[in-house]
Design a protein around this ligand. Sequence first.
Ligand code: CTP
Ligand code: MG
Length: 382
Amino acid sequence: MSFTGLIVAAGSGLRAGPGGPKTLRAVAGRPVLRWSAEALLAAGARELVVAVSDETRDAAEAALAGLGAWRTVLGGATRALSVQAGLAAIDAPDDEPVLIHDAARPFLEARHVAELLSALESADGAVPALPVADTLKRARDERVEATVPRDGLFRAQTPQAFRVAQIRSAYAAWAGPDEPTDDAAVVERAGGRIALTAGDPRLMKLTYPEDFAMAELLAGAARIVRVGQGIDAHRFGPGDRLWLCGVEIAHDQGLVGHSDADAGLHALTDALLGAVGDGDIGQHFPPSDPQWRGASSDRFLRHAAERIAGRGGRILAVDVTLVCERPRIGPHRDAMRARIAEILDLPLDRISVKATTTEGMGFTGRGEGLLAQAVATVETPA
Ligand code: CTP
Ligand code: MG
């Protein structure tokens, strides 16, 4: 179902202490706002409207750079005003769902969104909520006045789902003088019915400085390790040098290929693309395209690394095996590892280059061609 995402990021984050506006601070290398925006887009948001403050607009736009459809609008002095500024800027049919989300809750997932949209079908609003687990005390001056029954009490989180026209008119009807503490409260006061979906500790709001340490832990858990493999073979032909793993080697034969025929880098490029399910080298650099004739294969490898980085991924380690009787690889192994480390911008100990023969058997054994095989491990967002 098509929906708009409204992210409020116009607060000043006073309780989060020093370190810059909390929604722009990095968690696992990405600004908190970007986590939220990426998640809503990945969950199918048609467009994002992001309420920002005057001071943070530029930094917020930089944090959103490269994502899909988003716009920023100027928020207000309170969260409710920021929400209303965002609602006014949404261009959507009256009955289209809008998901209103605190930028400061970076770990929402597509399943949260799916549950909210489905609950909204039979309600005027849907809210993820967690039952209160701790005992509740009412206290003044650090003295308990009462123990409050927690039966039936829930903690409301975001995103919260509504229909655009309905949440707009509920806000218009809000008489005050108090401030709503969430958007569902506004619809409730207007007489609307709010459904609860399963809340999630991962939807925690980053409020205090110590919440950022917890966020780093959760961010780590939100990543998975994937493995890709690649194979390439090239035929030996006339020549006096060949390229292998980015290193030029003098030899009494060359390797035949459309590009520089560096089977090692080609296998490695395929392994990296394979680890993120991003096709293969032939798809990205068709051999039929004359611009890749004689191309230096470090370009292919760098391209694969950029594709991984573009998805928020990180290469952990790569392992290349070259299969040939000749040339001897041993004397060049360190140069090959160093060159791959340089192209991928990785420490040397993350790079392995190995070699073996096939004891005279098969096409490599007969010296007809050279085979390269590679495995890459890559960490990506889950
Ligand atoms: N928010 C907003 N406009 C405001 C106030 C808050 O868009 N005038 C946003 C915040 O950026 C945040 C969300 O509403 O994403 C939840 O608010 P809160 O956690 O209270 O954030 P801040 O108001 O920024 O923090 P603090 O109250 O500690 O100053
Ligand atoms: Mg606040």
